[in-house]
Design a protein around this ligand. Structure first.
Ligand SMILES: CC(C)(COP(=O)(O)OP(=O)(O)OC[C@H]1O[C@@H](n2cnc3c(N)ncnc32)[C@H](O)[C@@H]1OP(=O)(O)O)[C@@H](O)C(=O)NCCC(=O)NCCS
Length: 135
């Protein structure tokens, strides 16, 4: 993705409930270790993106699936996810995701509810150690 497309992706993510507050730099870095599928409109340019974090063998995390509001409900989102799921680094793995309200969107793409409960550990705030302090 070009720098301009990453900037537009960052703008789209800023409007979401899960990635609002993520910095442009964080978005850029997250893309470096992800499989990415993006959509471009002939006139409007970048209109959407989806990414996966994967070990290529056992497990992929599908995330940051977002389409510009003016281009929704035209099949772009489903096509993004379909192509992501078919990517060689993702295809053979278990694909996992978390969503607040787009369950029916993902059900249409073959996702179902996991039989186990999803758990999470958020990163702890790491305070930098001042050089005057003992190790
Ligand atoms: C979810 C999203 C990516 C779908 O993109 P899209 O291009 O509109 O999707 P498609 O046109 O391929 O598919 C539309 C179908 O998915 C379903 N769908 C779309 N958005 C949905 C949502 N938020 N909740 C539930 N179902 C949804 C509908 O069934 C819709 O079919 P319909 O148009 O016949 O009603 C897009 O709405 C978006 O960017 N939303 C904000 C970000 C978001 O919620 N992302 C998913 C978070 S996990």
């Amino acid at each position: 993705m070009s720098a301009e497309e990453i900037r537009k992706f960052h703008e789209l993510l800023e409007l979401t409930y899960w990635a609002s507050g993520r910095t442009l730099n964080e978005v850029e870095e997250s893309l470096q270790s992800s499989v990415i599928v993006s959509a471009r409109h002939v006139e409007d340019g970048f209109v959407g993106c989806a990414r996966a974090v994967t070990d290529k063998v056992t497990f992929s995390w599908i995330c940051d699936v977002v389409v510009q509001a003016a281009h929704r409900r035209r099949g772009v989102g489903k096509e993004l996810v379909r192509r992501l799921l078919a990517h060689p680094d993702v295809a053979a793995t278990r694909k996992v995701l978390v969503t607040q309200d787009a369950q029916s969107f993902y059900q249409q793409l073959g996702f179902g509810t996991h039989r186990y409960e999803c758990m999470i550990k958020y990163p702890e705030k790491v305070e930098p150690i001042r050089s005057s302090e003992p190790p």
